[in-house]
Design a protein around this ligand. Structure first.
Ligand SMILES: Nc1ncnc2c1ncn2[C@@H]1O[C@H](COP(=O)(O)OP(=O)(O)O)[C@@H](O)[C@H]1O
Ligand SMILES: O=c1ccn([C@@H]2O[C@H](COP(=O)(O)OP(=O)(O)O)[C@@H](O)[C@H]2O)c(=O)[nH]1
Length: 250
């Protein structure tokens, strides 16, 4: 072994042959770049990131969760972000409603029961729909996951299913007083089976008891960006753009 250490190959490397030393320098440089990149990435928290470029390097979906009470304007603001900032809007509620309508779906009745009761569909169903939609969206800059995660089961299921596949950049929280939200839902006029007083009462209760603690959990992790949504769409959107601009700088 000792003999090989100073054998012919080493002699070639240090022989002064310009082509040999050139390759040596390149190899060392490449190794250095590889090791410094993996060091930088491995020091980042596993399940969330503030930088969209990190998830691109890791070949993961870049995600912004959008949360807020029913009727706080999540769908309205997400549509504007999608139009102007290039994120793809995925509404968990819309995906569930589409699955409910899909011919042959084994989950249709279960989904309808939860939607009417303002309760929350088991995460395996919602998360599978979200992951499917992300995988079928091509090379998106990022995804606005609207209306999810709504409870502890959702959060645990997401972590189980999506760790290593998605990075949560931040949580956009649209805060709005409940009476205003209820009025907006009653005026929404989309024929939804849950935009009535009875379902709304249950939805608000679910939001207060189950979803708000999830927002608080994200807040403790420094991930929440709150934007007050008891204002005009233009005013809200101006603040939202600022949030995305700040996130892009990190
Ligand atoms: N800033 C706003 N001011 C007044 N009405 C709004 C505002 N944002 C949304 N709306 C209306 O309120 C209703 C609920 O908005 P939506 O975006 O569907 O909320 P969410 O997705 O949070 O349930 C819709 O009819 C929408 O047009
Ligand atoms: O991740 C989700 C998102 C929605 N829902 C169900 O779909 C309903 C409507 O949700 P959506 O986000 O469309 O409307 P919002 O209540 O925010 O206006 C909720 O009350 C839940 O019953 C669910 O179970 N899991």
């Amino acid at each position: 072994m000792e003999g090989r250490k100073h054998g012919t190959s080493d002699k070639n490397l240090f022989s002064g042959d310009p082509s040999a030393s050139h390759y040596m320098v390149l190899a060392v440089l490449r190794a250095f770049i590889r090791s410094s990149r993996s060091l930088r990435l491995s020091t980042l928290p596993f399940s969330h990131s503030t930088s969209p470029s990190t998830s691109i390097l890791r070949n993961m979906h870049n995600v912004v969760f959008v949360l807020g009470p029913p009727g706080s304007g999540k769908g309205t603001i997400c549509a504007k972000i999608q139009e102007n900032l290039g994120y793809v809007h995925l509404s968990a509620g819309d995906l569930l409603r589409a699955e409910r309508q899909r011919e042959g779906s084994e989950f249709g009745a279960l989904i309808e029961q939860h939607i009417r009761n303002g309760s929350i569909v088991p995460v395996e169903i919602t998360c599978a729909l979200l992951e499917n939609a992300m995988n079928n969206s091509g090379d998106a800059k990022g995804f606005l996951v609207d209306g999810f995660p709504r409870n502890e089961d959702n959060l645990q299921g997401w972590n189980k299913q999506m760790t290593g596949k998605a990075l949560v950049q931040f949580v956009l929280f649209l805060s709005c007083p409940v009476p205003i939200c209820i009025q907006r839902c009653l005026n929404r006029g989309q024929g939804r089976t849950d935009d009535n007083e009875e379902s709304l009462k249950k939805r608000v209760e679910t939001y207060n008891r189950q979803t708000f603690p999830i927002i608080e959990h994200f807040e403790k992790n420094g991930l929440v960006r709150e934007v007050k949504s008891e204002r005009s769409v233009e005013e809200i959107y101006a603040d939202v753009v600022e949030v995305f601009n700040q996130a892009a700088k990190v």
